[in-house]
Design a protein around this ligand. Sequence first.
Ligand SMILES: [Zn+2]
Length: 189
Amino acid sequence: MKKPVVPGEKLGLSEEYIGQAGTYEEDGTIFAGRAGTAIIDDSERTVRVETGEPEPGPPRKGDLVVGMVAMTRSSMAMVEIMHCINNPRTIITEDYATLHISKISGEYHKDFSNAVAPGDIVKAIVIEDEPAVRIKLNAPDLGVIKSTCAFCGQVMERKDRGFYCKICDKSVKRKVAELKTGPEAKADQ
Ligand SMILES: [Zn+2]
């Protein structure tokens, strides 16, 4: 059952229900601790109050995140999550998210050399949050959004399917995030 509630509204008895997020208990009664929608689950015997706002917490499955590639191994890259685009209240931990080589693009990659490199900033989607955060890049708008030159440290320009350092006159290939979609993007290629 769902119903709108105000703080202090009685939701049930603690011998019948387990009070969860957004509730408090006093003398055996569970009350709403905040305004929102009370979710009373009679099969689970739980009650909680949801506000509709994203809850603070670690990155969750489906989140769109920005991170920095910390290191690459043979089939796995470690990415430090810096920001969650869809939920600014996401709590960023120091744990690395992992990117498996099969989640870079639809194409086969034997290693990460033409896909991502340490220091690259990537836009990714969380595909798993338990027991550890795993991300993917295999969608057109996901991939590397910023890359610095390994030789001079300068931020490189986007070029074709990668980046170009005009100081060193060197190009690198990457799994880049497409900025535009639709006919306009096709005209650029
Ligand atoms: Zn350079």
